[in-house]
Structures are given as structure tokens and as C-alpha cells.
Write a protein that binds this ligand. Structure first.
Ligand code: X5A
Ligand code: ZN
Length: 672
């Protein structure tokens, strides 16, 4: 299996050889066990042996100098021969950082490891990878250590990639719970690096207490628009809040930016149990975030450790991230998926302040929210069901003190344990012999009778049943659904001459243990009324011609006003409507039915297929009306890296369709 060995892992015990030598409470949480525990957990889950071990190296001065001043480098170098008193004095010149005689060496190894990872990914030796390093980097600045950070590993990695590989656009995603102000300062005037950070802020009450961490810091000079801050003004942010930030801000902007490399400043201190963050994301949230970043930059993704101070939360989250890098299915998120009022306010304000710089935001609803108490109240004064308040969240605390954190984690991690079917992709009757089909399981078709299908759709409006092609298609589709629902295969694909087979497939799925099915149809076809009304089936139909269709809770038509080249529009609707809706609906199976005469590119369909695999533990059935799309769709189902989209625009007329739809959907659905 080619894909099993695609993820590089860098770790070296050397980076454990420094620690705090005096009493300094703000720094006591940054300890060597952060690395060893993470690595042990990776071994425990059998993930280390599935990765390609990459050798570390020490960074050289020239590389450190890509970001830091020579004076600062000299100063750090001099710490190697200091005694404890000198180290203490030196450390206290900076904010929340400590030095040890071995710090300089470890900082060079941490940076060297990050650069090795960039090399391996850029040279195609691995598809993606993770560097488990300490000290972390994102707070350190040109001439300053800060917040446990000495050299800015990720910022230097970006400069290094630009210099070595002539990379023109790099996205840095900083999902650490602290603001990587160091990275912001280094790139704030640089349009070649898009920096995204969310962070605990509490209206500047939280460390490092900077006005620069607010959403208003959008970059300067040529770099204006290329710095995205999402300040969290409340603690207790949950999975839904983080996902909302990805769907409504990061993903649309990242697609428009079209990076050639993605670097993650991967702190795991936004996870439940972390003493610094006091947030409540669960480890599998990072599986989702990782999966959502993989379509960018042709899959060139480097994850570099930053913070994370609860050893259990840290190590479980590291494992979740590594698993998804390796291509494993993404575990489901448990609990209600509703972002809180305060998170929505921050996200909305970040959208508003960035609206002038990004086309994807141009024709959307992006008003500033000045008074948080008005969120969720419609213009007519009615209360919308969108948000819970942070106070409401307090009530739904995920674990109780009496139960204890470890017990909570034990039972939680059991709940999100996902089996990986041995076979990834099954195909049935996909026509021509493509070599890529050799990597798939070929499934025999079944003979399906009119009667068997007739019971799935009631009433006499089933003229299509007389269509022998429909029965032939369903003969290919039903066995695939059986295999997917029995966990014998992860996903499947069939060619069907008729798009309406999607509706029958969805209905059939509900008879074989799929309690909820998301049916996404691309193209024009009539959907039987009882499928539209079936609350087990959420139907989203996206099509190019302007036929008005009546929307209901479980049937959502998205009809583009401008019906040519709706690639960007489709992905925008995916980020801002379909995925948020689906996360709330929690399907156990996704069916994607792709019509033959839709005006979108193959590469866009590959991206769509990747994103839909974030749902339902990757259980997806693709039905394609056109057989020439099979190769691209199968490749995406197999988890292969995706080509970049040639352009990404949300057309003005279609942005208005989304705005209107989102307003209407608010009546029935949350997370919107
Ligand atoms: C890398 C990181 C946190 C520093 C906190 C200081 N640093 N109070 O998470
Ligand atoms: Zn942090």
C-alpha cells in the first residue's frame, strides 16, 4: 500500500535534555515529558511504525538568521556556558521563558527538525509530516525569546522554503491557543505568507495581553489582508467554535490564497484539560482540522509542535493528527455542534475586517458586531436558534470533577475509537479498465427487481422504475452500500446512467442501518417527495439552472443564478452551508451523486469528495453519471493528494444565493 508510508515523523530524545532549573511557576508546565509522552502514545497506537522516520539535524546560524538578529543569536549562544544564576538573570530579560545550558542546542535541533520536515515534504520524499519538537517557536521574535520559545521554528521554516524552493505562497495555520505574535510580526508586511491564528484573548486580559492580537491586526503595507486573528474572548471554546472558524474564515480565504505549502504551528493547548487554554476542544477535533487542511497545497502539510501542557490531552491530540495525516478515517465529533455567541462574534468581526481584501467575502453578509448581546436576534426582533451563550455552555460541562479527568479521557477516547476497514475503496461496474481501479475492491453487481425498489419509494410517481437502467444502476449501488455499512470497505463508487438513483440509494441505506444519510446531488433531477420529507435523509441539491424548487427542512436546493463555472461557488457553499449543516445532522453515510452535464471541473469534484470524507467516519458512496470522472473521483476516495484548483472565485450573483439561503436555514438548523 503506497499510501501507508507517506507521513514523515521527526522526533529525537535530545530535545528532552533541558528543563527549568529554578522556581519559576509560569514556566513550570513546559517540561521534557511533553515530548516523551507524545511519542510513547504514538507508539502505543502503532502510529510510529507507520510513519517514515526522518533524521533530525542542527540548524546552522545562517538559517537562524533568516529571522533572528545576529546579536540575539550570539546572546542565546552564550547561555550554553552560563551558571544557574546567570541563566536566571538572562531569562528574566524576556517574558515567560527560561534558559538551560542545553537550551541553545535543543533550539537548534528543534529548528533543524522543522527544516528537515520542510525538505522532505518539498522534495516529495513524504506527502506530509509531523515534527515533535521543543522548545516551541511561535512567540519568539527577531531579537527576543518569549513564552517558552527561543527560535521561531515555523517562521524560519517558511523563510527557508521560500529561499530554498522559491515557494511563492505559504499558509501558516496556528492552532495553538496562544497568539503567535512572533510569526505575526515577522510576516505582517509580507503578502507571501498568510498567517492565521486563533487564541485565547479575553479582551486583552490574557497573556501576552497585546492589542496586536485582536481581529483588527490584518497586516501592514503590502501584507495587508494576510494576517488573520481570531481572538477568543471567552474560555471554554469547543469543537463547534473551532470548526466554525475554519468554515467561515480560514478555508474560504486559504482557497482564494492557494498556498504551495501549509505549515501548522500545532500547539495542543486549546484542548480540554489544558491548564493554559482552559478551552474544551476534544482530541479528535484535530483530526478534523487536519483533514480539512489536506486538500490545500497538493497535500504538502508540515505539522510542527508548539504548546500543549496537559500530557494526556496533548498526546491524544498528537495521535489524532498523525492518524489523519496517514489517511485514516476521521472520528465523529460527539455532542451538539453549535458555536457559542462569543465565538460567532469573533468570527463575524474577523470576516468583517477582512472583507475589503478577499473576494470570497465581498458579497457576503459581513457586518461588524459591536454589541455581542445582539447576536442571534434577527432584524425583526425574533430570537434565532443559532447560538448558545457561554453561560449555557457552562451547564454542559463535558466531564465532572467527581469523575476526574483521566476517567473522562479514557471513556471519551473509547467513544471516538474508529475502526479502519481494511479495504479503502470499492467499485462496482465502473466500465473501462483504469489502472487506478486495481487499487480498489471490485464488487459484483446484484440483480434488483422492480418490486424491491418499489417499496423504497411510495406512491405511483415512480415512472422511473420502469427504467431498466435505473435497476441496473441500483444493482451496482446496493451491494456497495451493504459493504460500506458493514464496515468491510470505507467508501465506494459506481457509475449510474441516472442521477435519480441517488434518491433510491439514500432510501435503501436507511433500511440497512444508516440512521441518517446526507444526499448531495449535483445536477438537475426530480426527487421524490417522500425522500425530500424523510427526516433520515438530508438532501442538498446543487444545480446550475434557475428552476425554483421548494425548500423544506430536509430538502435544500441551491440553484445558482450564474450557472457557468460554479467551482468556487460550490466549495463556498460547502464551507459555509453544506458542511456546517452536515456537522449538525451527523450522517452515518454520505452519498454524493454527480450529474454528467454540470459545468464544474474534475479537480473541484476531487476536493469536494475529500471534504465529504470528514463526515460519517469517511463512509461515502459516490455515484457518477459520467464514466470519465471515475479516475479522479477514485483517486480522491483513495486519499491521494489533490491537484490545486485553477482558480477560486465566488461569483457575486451566487454569493447572494448563499446569503439568502443561510438566512432561511437558520429557522431549522443550528451551526449556521
Ligand atoms: C508555546 C506556548 C505559552 C506561553 C505561556 C506563558 N507558549 N504564560 O504555548
Ligand atoms: Zn500555546
Amino acid at each position: 500500500d503506497v499510501m501507508a508510508f507517506r507521513t514523515g515523523l521527526i522526533y529525537d530524545e535530545q530535545m528532552m535534555n533541558y528543563n527549568l532549573l529554578w522556581d519559576y511557576p509560569v514556566c513550570s508546565i513546559e517540561k521534557p515529558e511533553r515530548l516523551s509522552t507524545s511519542y510513547e502514545k504514538l507508539k502505543y497506537y502503532g502510529l510510529v511504525e507507520r510513519c517514515i522516520p526522518l533524521p533530525y539535524r542542527e540548524a546552522i546560524e545562517e538559517e537562524i538568521a533568516l529571522v533572528h538578529s545576529l546579536d540575539y543569536i550570539e546572546a542565546v549562544k552564550s547561555t550554553a556556558s552560563m551558571n544557574v544564576d546567570e541563566l536566571k538573570t538572562f531569562s528574566h530579560k524576556y517574558d515567560a521563558v527560561y534558559f538551560h545550558p542545553n537550551s541553545y542546542h535543543c533550539a537548534k535541533v528543534a529548528l533543524g527538525a522543522s527544516l528537515q520536515l520542510v525538505d522532505a515534504v518539498m522534495l516529495g520524499e513524504v506527502q506530509n509530516g509531523m515534527a515533535l519538537v521543543r522548545p516551541p517557536g511561535h512567540h519568539s521574535q527577531k531579537s527576543e525569546a518569549c513564552g517558552f520559545c527561543i527560535f521561531n521554528n515555523v517562521a524560519i521554516a517558511a523563510k527557508y522554503a521560500e529561499k530554498t524552493y522559491r515557494t511563492k505562497r505559504i499558509l501558516i495555520v496556528d492552532w495553538d491557543v496562544h497568539h503567535g505574535q512572533g510569526i505575526q510580526y515577522i510576516f505582517e508586511e509580507d503578502p507571501s505568507v498568510l498567517y492565521f491564528s486563533w487564541h485565547r484573548y479575553e479582551e486583552q486580559q490574557f497573556w501576552p495581553h497585546l492589542k496586536d492580537s485582536d481581529y483588527s491586526a490584518v497586516g501592514k503595507g503590502k501584507g495587508v489582508g494576510f494576517n488573520i486573528n481570531i481572538p477568543w474572548n471567552k474560555i471554554g471554546m469547543e469543537n463547534a467554535d473551532y470548526l466554525a472558524a475554519f468554515f467561515y474564515i480560514l478555508l474560504p480565504m486559504a482557497y482564494e490564497f492557494n498556498p504551495e505549502l501549509v505549515l501548522v504551528s500545532a500547539g495542543f493547548d486549546a484542548v480540554i484539560g489544558d491548564p493554559e487554554g482552559e478551552m474544551r476542544a476534544t482530541p479528535e477535533c484535530f483530526a478534523h482540522l487536519t483533514h480539512l487542511l489536506m486538500p490545500l497545497a497538493k497535500g504538502k502539510l508540515c505539522v510542527v509542535l508548539e504548546g500543549g501542557y496537559n500530557l494526556r490531552s496533548l498526546s491524544e491530540s498528537v495521535c489524532m493528527t498523525a492518524r489523519v495525516l496517514l489517511g485514516d478515517p476521521v472520528p465523529p465529533l460527539v455532542g451538539e455542534m453549535v458555536p457559542c455567541t462569543s465565538a460567532i462574534e469573533s468570527i463575524q468581526n474577523a470576516r468583517a475586517v477582512h472583507q475589503p481584501y478577499w473576494n470570497v467575502l465581498k458579497n457576503q453578509d459581513c457586518a461588524f458586531i459591536k454589541d455581542p448581546s445582539t447576536i442571534g436576534i434577527e432584524e425583526d426582533g425574533s430570537q434565532s436558534s443559532t447560538a448558545t451563550t457561554a453561560e449555557e455552555k457552562e451547564v454542559t460541562t463535558v466531564f465532572t470533577v467527581s469523575q476526574g479527568f483521566d476517567e473522562f479521557m479514557d471513556s471519551h477516547m473509547k467513544k471516538v475509537l474508529v475502526l479502519t476497514p481494511r479495504v479503502r475503496t470499492a467499485v462496482s461496474g465502473c466500465g473501462e479498465k483504469l489502472t487506478i481501479l486495481d487499487q480498489c475492491l471490485q464488487v459484483e453487481k446484484k440483480k434488483i427487481t422492480m418490486e424491491e425498489v418499489g417499496i423504497l419509494i411510495s406512491g405511483g410517481d415512480c415512472a422511473e422504475l420502469k427504467d431498466e437502467y435505473l435497476l441496473l444502476s441500483l444493482g451496482k449501488i446496493f451491494p456497495l452500500i451493504d459493504k460500506i455499512m458493514k464496515r468491510e470497505v470505507r467508501n465506494g463508487i459506481a457509475v449510474s446512467s441516472t442521477l435519480s438513483s441517488g434518491a433510491f440509494a439514500a432510501r435503501y441505506s436507511t433500511t440497512v442501518r444508516a440512521s441518517r444519510v446526507l444526499l448531495l446531488l449535483l445536477g438537475e433531477t426530480d426527487i421524490p417527495t417522500d425522500v425530500k420529507e424523510d427526516e433520515k435523509i438530508l438532501v442538498v441539491q446543487v444545480y446550475g439552472n434557475q428552476v425554483e424548487k421548494k425548500q423544506s427542512k430536509y430538502y435544500i436546493p441551491i440553484s445558482w443564478k450564474k450557472d457557468n463555472e460554479w467551482d468556487g461557488d460550490l466549495l463556498s457553499s460547502l464551507f459555509e452551508i453544506i458542511l456546517p449543516l452536515a456537522y449538525g445532522f451527523k450522517p452515518e453515510l454520505v452519498i454524493l451523486a454527480v450529474g454528467s452535464n454540470i459545468r464544474i471541473q474534475e479537480v473541484t469534484l476531487a476536493h469536494l469528495t475529500h471534504f465529504l470524507q470528514v463526515l460519517a467516519e469517511g463512509r461515502i458512496l459516490v455515484i457518477s453519471q459520467a464514466s470519465d470522472l471515475v479516475e479522479t473521483l477514485v483517486s480522491s476516495l483513495l486519499g491521494n493528494p489533490l491537484a490545486a484548483m485553477s482558480s477560486f472565485v465566488l461569483q457575486q450573483e451566487n454569493a447572494l444565493v448563499l446569503v439568502k439561503l443561510r438566512r432561511e436555514l437558520k429557522q431549522h438548523w443550528k451551526l449556521l
